[in-house]
Design a binder for this molecule. Structure first.
Ligand code: SF4
Length: 409
């Protein structure tokens, strides 16, 4: 029986295991174990858990240097783990002598065929984990006792929705929309052998996932988008028609047996006076209109989108005020992805640098001011003027006009 022992080569916290102590400990461990798996961090600490389960803000493979150091001091195989989900990267770590083995968990949840596809030289077919940690949080809930996966729907419904296989009547299906939902639908239907025509009104596939091109910490989403596109492009029975509006006539000309409408969400403009002014940019258009942004920006809405865009805005040196009606940021889905929300909030007010492998040395910045329990009631045409009413404190009865200097105070 092979005994593999997992431990943290550094807990990254005061009073926790240091790398020097870990080096001394492995001399004892190697007398009993056959393999040592080097993790980093400590899962009961929200800061250092970010290393144990590296998320979008951490570099993939951020724990490898620790395995490499431990490997210098032992004579048994060392395994590294943490955010490694590309075969090429795993191969490189081993080829460079940084570890003898690479372990992964979330990548296998996202795609149970990971190893087979890697072995067959089909890395583009691996459904990439986007490191959101929903799987972990569902499995931690006693009432569910199982885990889900954001990118692998069969993770939870595999017993309810078995592979239908072949042997059914071939149908013609029109998919309207080439965003993630349309691509996933075309892929699933195409793999069952049906004939699919996908209409996309834009000049490329991927839809709203385009935003991942602009946010360095969304590289996992970028990979996921590329995976979806690659899967659809591989299927000879799926025809993609770009720059095409799916008019009723065009759809009925196809004589489809079924139509899947996957056109995404409509832009929502709140009924705030001034919300349609030229100085207002909808979050979905932020990157298209980034040239229009000034140095000072107010983000109205502290949900996940507003907060992640705030990380980008502050990292580009801008001053940001975030106005949120609730008493907490990103309240809508804290339950599902608390770690991701914790780090988003952290990087709203700390220096974000793309190559980070540890979080503890991130410096605090003061470019972002957060206004909770605050409602935006009017947007004026002044460069930075917003009239907002604070609802949760003594200012409730007054409408306050907040100017830059008022915020600064
Ligand atoms: S739920 Fe998220 S973190 Fe977990 S395996 Fe799926 S994509 Fe990865």
């Amino acid at each position: 029986m092979i005994i593999s022992m997992r431990f943290s080569a550094s807990e990254h916290m005061e009073g926790g295991i240091t790398l020097e102590e870990a080096v001394r400990s492995v001399a004892i461990m190697e007398q009993a174990a056959d393999i040592i798996q080097c993790s980093v961090g400590m899962i009961h600490n929200e800061f250092t858990e970010g290393n144990t389960f590296p998320m979008q803000y951490m570099q993939r493979g951020c724990n490898v240097p620790f395995a490499e150091e431990i490997r210098r001091h032992v004579h048994i195989p060392i395994e590294t783990v943490g955010g490694i989900n590309e075969p090429e990267m795993a191969e490189q770590i081993i080829a460079e002598g940084k570890a003898d083995l690479v372990a992964m968990a979330r990548s296998i949840i996202a795609d149970p065929d990971w190893a087979n596809k890697a072995r067959d030289g089909r890395p583009e077919d691996i459904r990439p984990c986007i490191r959101c940690l929903r799987c972990l949080n569902y499995s931690r809930r006693p009432q569910t006792g199982t885990s889900v996966c954001t990118v692998n729907p069969r993770r939870i419904i595999h017993t309810l929705l078995p592979d239908t296989g072949t042997g059914h009547t071939r149908k013609k299906v029109v998919v309207v929309g080439g965003g993630p939902a349309g691509l996933q639908a075309a892929q699933e239907i195409g793999k069952l052998g049906h004939q699919v025509v996908l209409f996309e009104k834009g000049d490329k596939l991927g839809g709203r996932l385009e935003f991942s091109e602009y946010l360095s910490f969304k590289s996992d989403i970028r990979r996921y988008r590329d995976y979806l596109i690659a899967q659809v492009e591989k299927l000879s029975n799926v025809t993609v028609r770009l720059n095409t509006d799916a008019t009723p006539q065009l759809v009925s000309d196809q004589r489809p047996d079924a139509v899947i409408v996957a056109v995404g969400a409509e832009k929502f403009i709140p009924g705030i006076p001034g919300a349609e002014g030229s100085n207002v940019i909808h979050s979905g258009e932020l990157f298209e209109r980034r040239e229009d942004l000034g140095q000072k920006v107010i983000v109205v809405g502290g949900g996940q989108v507003g907060c992640e865009q705030t990380v980008w805005l502050q990292a580009s040196g801008r001053e940001v005020d975030v106005v949120e009606m609730e008493d907490q940021l990103m309240k809508e889905n804290w339950r599902d992805t608390p770690e991701e929300h914790f780090w988003t909030e952290f990087y709203m007010t700390h220096e974000y640098d793309e190559g980070r492998t540890e979080v503890e040395h991130a410096r605090t910045i003061d470019r972002v001011r957060i206004h909770l329990s605050t409602r935006c009631v009017e947007i004026t045409d002044k460069a930075y003027g917003r009239r907002i009413r604070r609802e949760a404190d003594s200012l409730y009865r007054e409408n306050m006009l907040f100017w830059p200097q008022a915020f600064a105070e």
